[in-house]
Design a protein around this ligand. Structure first.
Ligand code: AMP
Ligand code: MG
Length: 385
């Protein structure tokens, strides 16, 4: 089904924005080098520009070239030019000898060993040739990519527009964070976790009102949500008497790709499309909402943001404590990965409503459905938070 999501990529909209504001965005154009890089043979060291054929030997210093200057002479046989890092190699020279390997005496410089031509400078065009591709559409822009845009003179970049993702929490017991809760109320944490997850995946989160567990309220908000590029609901997708999200979705013409997944937390996850908009009905328990977003919805947001692929950040770590579980489901258990990423320990938790444990954890252990136990010392899969 993710292929279905990515099939929509052809219709993704683009916009031009200042490159400096493009961190995390997905590039929507090909970027080519406007000139050779380096644009001139560039010294990588402070030292002397000389002819390799003259080495070892005692050479005459005929001048100096600093970064930001050019030397208007020629290094002939027996000549040397004092050169600084970043300065252009003078004509005639074919090697830079580091200052540490030289002995200066007035107008003379002594170099007591030989060096190969080409050492200690970058030949013009050795990094990239003018006109060749340096970045392709579909690349997420980070600090190095943005530095590259600066290097090739792109003050602005064309990127994919961020998909507007509607967030609709559901539940009669849910109240906004700023409200005074009654003893039987629960504050709306899912809207915030989803908003942060959406933004992190490259989407533009739009938090709508809380849908109440009745048909009219839920239908109104689902219809409003479907006017966005994607709709995320939390809660109301289990088997309870007032879990009406799926019924309302069916009534607005939804096509369901699946309405159950064999994972825990998060079994009753719903994914489909209605009125041309992809939707996810995420189960309402905070851990279920967070895990199902990371495992399923995140990839959809990333693909709708223009990313070419959206792999899960999985790694392997060594368990420092035994883990057992009932087979049948893939479980995502809150866990602590050590600072060096080598070992992992499960975080004590009270089940999928335990927001405190999720905040303490920095990762999830991923237990396979067909294996019952892992001993301390076993390698296990870990999903980073
Ligand atoms: P549901 O999936 O609607 O059955 O909800 C499962 C559990 O998650 C219930 O205990 C809800 O109170 C809780 N829950 C549902 N929505 C939210 C939300 N937006 N913020 C925090 N907890 C929620
Ligand atoms: Mg509910």
């Amino acid at each position: 089904m993710l292929r279905e999501v990515s099939a929509g990529r052809g219709s993704l909209l683009t916009e031009q924005i200042p490159s400096l504001e493009a961190a995390g965005r997905i590039l929507a154009e090909e970027i080519t080098a406007d000139r050779d890089y380096p644009p001139f043979p560039r010294s990588a060291r402070d030292g002397f520009a000389v002819r390799a054929a003259d080495l070892p030997g005692e050479l005459t210093v005929i001048g100096e070239v600093r970064a930001g200057e050019i030397f208007h002479g020629l290094v002939g046989p027996g000549g040397a030019v004092e050169i600084m890092t970043g300065a252009p190699l003078p004509d005639g020279a074919d090697v830079v000898v580091m200052i540490e390997h030289t002995e200066r005496a007035g107008k003379l410089v002594r170099i007591s060993r030989s060096f190969k031509p080409g050492e200690n400078f970058g030949a013009q065009g050795s990094e990239v040739r003018q006109g060749s591709n340096v970045l392709s559409a579909g690349r997420r822009l980070g600090f190095a990519e943005i530095a590259l845009l600066a290097t090739v003179g792109h003050e602005c970049a064309t990127v994919y527009k961020r998909p507007r993702v509607a967030i609709v929490p559901t539940g009669d017991e849910i109240v906004e964070t700023g409200q005074q809760p009654q003893p039987f109320h629960i504050r709306n944490s899912n809207a915030w976790s989803m908003a942060v997850q959406v933004a992190r995946a490259g989407g533009d989160p739009q938090i709508l009102s809380i849908a109440r567990d009745n048909y009219e309220s839920t239908r109104g908000l689902i219809e409003q949500g479907l006017e966005h590029d994607m709709l995320l609901l939390s809660g109301g997708v289990s088997a309870g008497k007032y879990d009406i999200v799926e019924r309302v979705l069916a009534d607005v013409g939804a096509q369901f790709f699946f309405d159950r997944v064999l994972i825990q937390p998060g079994q009753p996850l719903v994914f489909g499309t209605a009125r041309g908009t992809f939707f996810f009905g995420l189960p309402g328990n905070p851990a279920s909402t967070m895990v199902t977003f990371e495992v399923f919805a995140r990839a959809a947001v990333e693909l709708l943001s223009g990313a070419q692929e959206a792999p899960l950040p999985l790694l392997q770590a060594r368990l420092s404590k035994e883990v057992r579980h009932k087979t049948g489901l893939t479980r995502f258990l809150p866990a602590q990965v050590s600072a060096d990423g080598s070992s992992v320990i499960p975080e004590p938790w009270q089940g999928s409503g335990d927001v405190m444990a999720l905040a303490r954890a920095n990762a999830f252990l991923v237990t396979e459905p067909d294996r019952e136990s892992w001993a301390a010392g076993d390698m296990i899969r870990v999903l980073l938070k």
